[in-house]
Design a protein. Structure first.
Lengths: 347, 446
């Protein structure tokens, strides 16, 4: 049974009306940037360019009569006239290119009433074939590891599959559980304290967590100095002098604001820095779209505002690719990272 | 260890182009910007604008002010090019920035649609800013305490507000205190009136001793310093250079300097003043005093005369000093070299082109020439070993380009290579000559 070759919904190799005579399995040409150094044998390479892919197919069209043959040619031309359709040619899987048919060359020869050979040219603006379905890599909720100051890290390996790199979408969730309680003893303005007396805290606190006393225009940030278990009613903090009087019942909340997210793709030494519009509370997330065609953007919680970025949007290589996430956060963060990607092939 | 993949930034270079509004708020990236190329940096001059062509529809190119657009293409938006790769910071090296000054959407004859955007670097302040009121620095007096160091004059424009804008004259540029000299050692009086900053800075550089330069940096700082006499970069034939070429240029040579000073009144005293020349008169009217300095090259290249005037000079001795000094600067062949240096990023050779800056000094070495056969051209030796202000040019030019410290005076940037223009460092004359020259230089303009 012939393997189908589809352009959009049109099967170019149905083995009844249309027969693909030949199809390519080539990679796309790589054009290196080269320069000649005076009196040095060979060339110096500074980079490379990969342009569009051209696919040439030869399809025999077979009719039962001349009229039928011409009708089948019309049907094929109509199907090929659609733009940016998926072109799939492989037997092993459904990988496809996104292509335009830019030329259809055929003729009716004397003595060949029932068939003709159509030479069809496709241009694939993106030269790599992509998988019909995508993949994901999910870290689940992970507690990040303290590095220094307010910097925390965690790592992940992702295997892209295929034979060439792909451009993923990376979603990073803030998973630090919220902590809210209230003071059971006031903190008076001008007085130094090293503890907070609170109602039983619902979740554990970790050294270096930042707590915000109060709400609205009068607040004070303090830093937890030693771990506190869930249920604790006393929180040890670094010494602070109250900047106002916080009465019994004043809110005490953990501040898990992120101030910078750095994604390092270590395999290719790529770094991306995100410095604005970052997750604050549990459930917040940023979407890092690494596709240069549709993205190179970072957005918070699915909104339209773009986060401030600098650096290189990372790719996933076909083999195991190492990622390091570095977050600057006011409290010990937990995150979840989900890579969504589509494997790609050189041919 | 390199991954072997084509996007490995431990081997290759990449860029990111960021767009901000005029207040510095991030807008978006320019994901379809071409690789950074096609601008020129000049020592003691500005950076040329960058024109980029974006493959966008003529009526929908993310223009500013349209609902649904991010608005990257808007007049006044700031565009910054960052480079990433081996030897560069992980946060990127800011290599070029400017503001969008021209937007040209187009549908070409063949149907191609694109938008050409001109990004103007902030060195445009040279032409855009200036003083409309008299600015005097120092006091024209013989007492040294009232003169001002030339570098302090330079810094003035970075620290003092322009009364028109109520911002410093050079805003948003800042003075590079780290890379600049702290002082020039030369003090003078100077006045500026109705001049743009290009004219002001040209005047200040002319007041400084030779081989001083200023440079606009991509981070909007401005450096002023003297070129290092020790090569900051060493480039080797057979390793770093594509297409070396140089030019020996006598076309700007001047070997007869006529320097005129003040115009004395008619000499009516009975006691001759030994410090003043007898005034020459034409038609009963006195003409300025003058001194003529003549270089030895007149006999070889013929007379090439130049005239200079400084109406503040009243003494012939001073005229002589200035004339002889000017002769020394102009009575020489100009050596200009232009070489292409490919970037080493790519992993197969080349040089770190991102470390090259205008004002840096370079030494080109040809390792194939045996040391015994080299003939060196020493500026200092050839100036000072004769009794006259003269020079020598070697009959053999085999080493005219090599093993000398040359200054980068121009840099044409292309992503994979740079074309640098090199010039010889000019002979550094004695400091007291420059002190004298600077004090009496008349730069008052109206």
């Amino acid at each position: 049974m012939a393997s189908p070759v589809y352009y959009g919904s049109m099967n170019l190799n149905d083995n009844v009306n249309y027969f693909v005579v030949s199809k390519p399995l080539s990679t796309v040409a790589v054009a290196p940037s080269m320069y000649k150094v005076a009196r040095l044998p060979g060339m110096i390479k500074t980079g490379e360019t990969i342009n569009q892919r051209q696919i040439d197919l030869q399809v025999r069209i077979l009719g039962t009569s001349r009229t039928d043959l011409e009708n089948k040619v019309d049907a094929m031309q109509q199907a090929l006239d659609k733009r940016l359709q998926n072109l799939s040619m492989r037997t092993n899987d459904s990988r496809y290119y996104v292509a335009d048919c830019v030329n259809f060359d055929s003729g009716l020869d004397a003595g060949k009433i029932l068939s003709t050979i159509a030479k069809i040219t496709f241009i694939c603006y993106q030269p790599f074939a992509q998988a019909a379905s995508g993949g994901t890599a999910d870290t689940g909720t992970v507690a990040m590891t303290f590095s220094s100051g307010q910097i925390y890290t965690s790592s992940q390996n992702v295997t892209g599959g295929g034979t060439v790199y792909n451009c993923p979408s990376i979603r990073i969730y803030q998973r630090t559980v919220a902590m809210s309680t209230t003071l059971t003893a006031a903190r008076n303005s001008g007085t130094a304290y090293t503890t907070l007396a609170v109602n039983a805290i619902p979740v554990a606190l970790t050294t270096r967590d930042t707590l915000i006393i109060g709400t609205g225009g009068t607040t004070q940030s303090v830093t937890v100095s030693s771990n506190a278990s869930a249920g604790a009613t006393t929180i040890n903090v670094n010494s602070f002098t109250a900047n106002a009087t916080y009465a019994i019942g004043a809110a005490v909340n953990r501040d898990a604001t992120m101030t910078q997210v750095q994604i390092t793709q270590q395999t290719d030494s790529q770094n991306l820095y995100v410095t604005s519009s970052l997750p604050v509370v549990a459930g917040d997330y940023i979407d890092v779209n690494c596709d240069p065609i549709t993205g190179w953007t970072v957005k918070l919680n699915g909104g339209s505002t773009l986060s401030t970025v600098n650096g290189t949007f990372p790719v996933i290589e076909p083999t195991s690719t190492s990622f390091l996430y570095t977050v600057t956060c006011n409290s010990n963060p937990s995150i979840q990272v989900v890579h969504t990607y589509t494997s790609r092939w050189l041919s | 260890m390199p991954s072997g993949y084509s996007l490995d930034l431990s081997v290759y270079k990449s860029q990111q182009v960021l767009v901000y509004d005029s207040n510095g708020n991030f807008i978006d990236v320019l994901r379809d910007a071409p690789l950074l190329a096609g601008f020129k940096e000049t020592a003691s001059g500005g950076t040329s604008p960058l024109r980029i062509k974006l493959p966008r529809s003529m009526d929908d190119f993310d223009q500013d002010g349209v609902s649904g657009n991010y608005g990257t293409i808007g007049q006044g938006n700031i565009v910054k090019y960052y480079l990433f790769g081996p030897g560069l910071p992980t946060t990127g090296k800011l290599r070029f920035q400017g503001y969008i000054d021209t937007i040209e959407p187009e549908v070409a004859d063949n149907g191609d649609e694109f938008v050409t955007v001109t990004i103007m670097p902030f060195s445009s302040v040279l032409g855009d800013r200036g003083c409309s009121e008299l600015v005097q620095m120092g006091i024209p007096d013989t007492q040294e305490n009232y003169y001002m160091d030339i570098l302090d004059m330079f810094k003035f424009w970075f620290n003092v507000n322009d009364p028109i804008t109520n911002r410093v004259f050079t805003y948003p540029l800042t003075f590079d205190t780290t890379g600049s000299a702290s002082s020039s050692g030369v003090e003078a009086y100077s006045a500026f009136y109705n001049q743009n900053l290009d004219s002001v800075f040209s005047t200040l550089v002319a007041l400084l001793p030779l081989n001083w330069f200023y440079r606009f940096n991509p981070d909007n700082s401005v450096t002023i310093n003297v070129a290092s006499t020790i090569a900051q970069h060493k480039l080797y034939i057979g390793q770093h250079i594509t297409n070396p070429q140089y030019r020996l240029d006598w076309s700007q040579l001047k070997n007869v300097i006529v320097y005129t000073g003040y115009t004395p009144p008619s000499d009516t005293s009975t006691t001759p003043d030994p410090n003043k020349s007898d005034p020459v008169e034409i038609g009963g009217q006195p003409v300025p005093i003058q001194y003529v300095a003549i270089g030895g090259s007149v006999s070889t290249v013929g007379e090439r005369i130049a005239y200079f005037n400084n109406s503040r000079i009243t003494q012939t001795d001073t005229l002589q000093t200035l004339a002889e000094g000017t002769l020394a600067q102009l009575n020489r062949v100009a050596i200009r070299a232009k070489i292409r240096v490919p970037d080493y990023r790519g992993g197969t050779g080349g040089y770190d082109i991102e470390s090259l800056q205008v004002g840096d000094t370079v030494q080109i070495t040809n390792p194939h020439i045996l040391p015994a056969t080299k003939q060196y051209y020493h500026w200092d030796t050839d100036l000072w070993d004769t009794a006259y202000w003269d020079y020598k040019v070697l009959s053999s030019s085999s080493s005219i380009l090599f093993d000398q410290v040359l200054m980068i005076v121009g840099l044409d940037y292309e992503f994979d290579y740079v074309d640098i223009e090199l010039d010889t460092l000019q002979p550094n004359l004695i400091q007291r000559f420059y002190n004298l020259y600077a004090r009496v230089q008349d730069y008052t303009t109206v």
